[in-house]
Structures are given as C-alpha cells and as structure tokens.
Design a binder for this molecule. Sequence first.
Ligand SMILES: [Zn+2]
Length: 371
Amino acid sequence: MKSSKWTKPQAILAAVMLLAAGLILVRLDAAQPGGQTPGDLSGFSALAPIDAHVHLYKDDPAFDALMQRLKLRVLDICVIDDRDPYGKGIEPQRTDVLKVAHRTRGRAALCTTFSPYEFEQAGFAQRTIRQLDSDFAQGAVAVKIYKVMGMEMKSKAGKYVMPDDPAFEPIYKDIAAHRRTVVAHLAEPDSCWQAPNPASPDYEYYQQNPQEYAYAHPEWPSKAAILAARDHLVAENPKLRVVGAHLGSMEADVNQIAARLERYPNFAVDTAARVPYFMLQPRDKVRAFLIKYQDRVLYATDLVTMPKDDAEKAVAEWSSTYERDWKFFSTNQTVDYKGHSYQGLALPEPVLRKIFHENAVHWFPGIAAKQ
Ligand SMILES: [Zn+2]
C-alpha cells in the first residue's frame, strides 16, 4: 500500500483544517444556551437577584463587594435556638445583621425574630410586640419563626408547643398589621423522621446535629401534626404573608406544595437549602410546578457565615452556590450533586425573573427599598 494519496502540503492543510474544526467544536460545547459560559453569573446579575434566605452575621467589605458585583440583595435572617451558643438570644445577631445592612446600604435586609421560649410568662405577647415594632422601625422587613415550635419547646404541663398556639396569635396579628412577613421554618425534611440514609441530602446534617434528629426522638410530634399546625396558622391569619422556608418542609414532592399554594393565597415558599430536592424529583414535574406557581416560589440558599468565619473563603462558597443554582434553574446543562448528574430546568426568562427577583419584592415589601 502507498503511504498516502495526499501530497505533503495537502496533508498539512488538511491537518490545519481539522484542528480549526476541532477548536470550533470545543467552543460550541463550552457555550450554554443564552451565550453563557460555565460559572458565568452575568444572567443572574442581570435580574438584580435576591437571595431570600441567608444567615450573614459577618460584617466584612468582601460581602459588600460581592453584593455590588452580582447586584445581589439578601434577606438576612436571625434565628433563636437555645441549643446554639450564638443563637441563644436576639443579640448579638441582630446587631451583627444591622451592621451588614448598614455597610451594604440596605442590600442586606434584616429579618428579625423573637424568643418563643417565655410564651407562658405574663406579658409575653406585649413584650414581644414591643421588640418587633422597634425592629420594624430599624428596617426589619420580616420575622422568622423556627422549628423549636413543634420539635423542642414544651409547656409547663409537658405538652409540645405548636406554632399555632394561642400565645403567639397577638404577635402574628401585629406582624400583619405592620405589613411585614413571617418566614416560617417549621418541621424538617421527611428524612429527619427516617432512619439514617447516606443518600439523603440531609444525612450529614443529622449526623452532626443529633439533637435535631426526630428519628432519635420518637416522643416528638409527627411531621404531619406540625405541618397541620402551620397550615392552621396560615389559614387563621389570611392577612399575614407567610413564606415557608425550605420549600415549606414539603421538599420531597412539589404536589404537596402545590396543594397548599392552592388553598392559601397568603402562602409562598423559599428554596433555601432544598434545591437538590428539585434535582431528585422528575425534571418535567418540577419544571411544570415552577412555571405554574411562578409567583409563589422565592429563590434562596440558606448560606451561613458566622463572625469568626474567613470572609474570602465564604465569598467563594457563596459564588459557587450561586453558579450551581443559576446553571440548574436557567440552563439545560447538567449539574452534579452527590455523585449524580441532573439536567438543568432551563426555565423561561420571565419565570426566572420572578423567582430570582420579583417574588421577593412582592412577598417582602421594603426589601428593595434602598439604593
Ligand atoms: Zn436558615
């Protein structure tokens, strides 16, 4: 056989053309729909995104720079949990959040909270209302209630206290009267009541926080009982906007969320720490849910940065979370999670605009008041 039918210059030309074609293919492969490259947050920033659930307690210029660069706003949430040394009371966290709000000229908005533990003491509701009204005057746009209701707190009579306990009712009325919103982190993922399963998104969390693991506390109320109390509180307060944190603890099935959204016009959910649960459900089902309820889902992460944390490292973590989530919601490229690949939802631009910006403005009046 002859070595080649091509002369040497022809062979070189062919090789150059092949190389050029290869480069074009590689470039096409890197480009995403909408002309984005991996890790590109330009589409995210273009929406003036709002992360409706973070715990940023570190006042540092690096976060101000991040928020300016991404045109990002955040709802910065206080949470009282007597099992957590930093979270035992409203201070120092409220002061820390107000420092962040000040430095970022309002890009971080305060979501305050109150201690529910003294609910049986005389004057509890009046004292709490006085505190909240003062927080509203300092710019708080929302009030967090937490899963210690239903999963930790007991009355003097030894009963678990639910979020719809009459002791809290005047407080909810006050929040509604001030046109502020409740962020309700009530109950937990289903896996909290189930045996340890390394495939669960929450496996590591309950390994690290056994005191919050309902499976180890069979005496706690059932998840269904806690969600029924949450639903009752939403139904009893139709003028109160309630945003159910963490997909309203109905993370495993969007149909459960849809049922509540149909029933309660004053209810919405945030995606904090539960985006992977969208990945685990059938893509078409989740996509159809988000398009149908595009006014009722708020993008949120649950990113936590404590005063002692390294700011540069934290900012890198925040950026990579936004990159992963944006890729998942806005493109049809695959996203890796716990060793599996999931195809992105490629939501239409008007839906992304609502989930990443407009819904937070609507559900948290005042969140975008400054700048
Ligand atoms: Zn949170």
